[in-house]
Design a protein around this ligand. Structure first.
Ligand code: GUN
Length: 281
């Protein structure tokens, strides 16, 4: 038996098409501003993809590219200007920021109602409390892939590998809200392989190529691979050794074409949610 391949690219395309139709009927164009500071090469690709997808969905979208030498005060001033701009519904500050800028200070400055990344403490706190708010995009994408695959979450043993605020912690909160029994594993976890073997659902989000090996994955388990790493040959590879897992897992996301496209679709959905929220809808 070979695993079902969870096609995030196709699911994201369907959701983007549905959203574009919804946007066409809104009577206004949701406004998105993507802020990039400096020249982190991976960020360049991500930012271009987000901006292009937003425009395709009918948004008023723009990328604001700032030089590497931008000061924290200058970036904070820009964020406040976007907070105050009525044409702007969503603000996304692409990470990582240059080392001389305090990321927390910048994320804290974003209006929580325009925080389409869901990184502000108000939105992260709402998620932890199980209250409504803007949910980080990649974790939302992970949940939509599980839903699409009809994976039963209630009572299921889920292991999240990685505890970042961008993916690991919020995905754990969402799985818990869906009544999974959630273990969050990380770099200090003793015997990570055994933790994974017990799981019916594995979400790998650490950023280490091929960390999750074939014999870490139980037969018929669902494996969601959030990692985007450069392999030795320069190709994109995930955190899961795909070739060792695909023969016996129940379902697995490919890299690329799994979680990545879902992140962008969810960013657009979050922006519409923010736009409607700001209009009291
Ligand atoms: N860097 C890596 N992933 C993300 C993301 O989802 N949002 C932002 N803003 N930066 C990132």
């Amino acid at each position: 038996m070979s695993a079902t391949i969870l096609d995030g690219k196709a699911l994201a395309a369907r959701r983007r098409a549905a959203l574009a139709e919804r946007v066409a009927g809104l009577g206004f164009r949701p406004g998105l501003r993507v802020v990039r500071v400096g020249e982190d090469p991976a960020s360049g690709v991500y930012v271009r993809n987000k901006d292009r997808a937003a425009k395709e969905a009918g948004f008023d979208s723009a990328t604001l590219q700032l030089p590497e030498g931008t000061t924290e005060a200058e970036l904070l001033a820009l964020v406040r200007r976007l907070n105050d701009d009525p044409a702007v519904d969503g603000i996304l500050v692409q990470l990582p920021l240059p080392a001389h800028i305090r990321t927390d200070a910048v994320l804290d400055a974003v209006d929580p109602g325009k925080d389409v990344d869901g990184f502000h403490p108000v939105n992260q706190g709402a998620l932890a409390l199980g209250r409504p708010g803007l949910v980080p995009c990649t974790p939302r994408g992970v949940m939509l892939l599980l839903e699409e695959a009809k994976v039963s979450l209630s009572g299921a043993r889920a292991v999240v590998v990685g505890r970042s605020t961008i993916v690991g912690k919020p995905v754990a909160a969402l799985l818990l809200a869906a009544n999974a029994t959630v273990t969050v594993a990380h770099s200090r976890t003793r015997d990570l392989a055994s933790e994974c073997r017990r799981a019916e659902i594995i979400v790998a989000a650490v950023g280490r190529a091929g960390l999750v090996r074939g014999d870490w994955v139980a037969n018929e388990a669902t494996v969601i691979d959030v990692g985007i790493n450069r392999g030795a040959d320069g190709r994109l590879v995930g955190d899961v050794a795909f070739g060792e897992v695909v023969d016996h897992a129940g379902a697995i996301t490919p890299v690329p074409g799994g979680v990545g496209p879902m992140t962008i679709a969810c960013l657009l959905e979050n922006t519409v949610q923010a736009a409607l929220g700001r209009r009291g809808a």
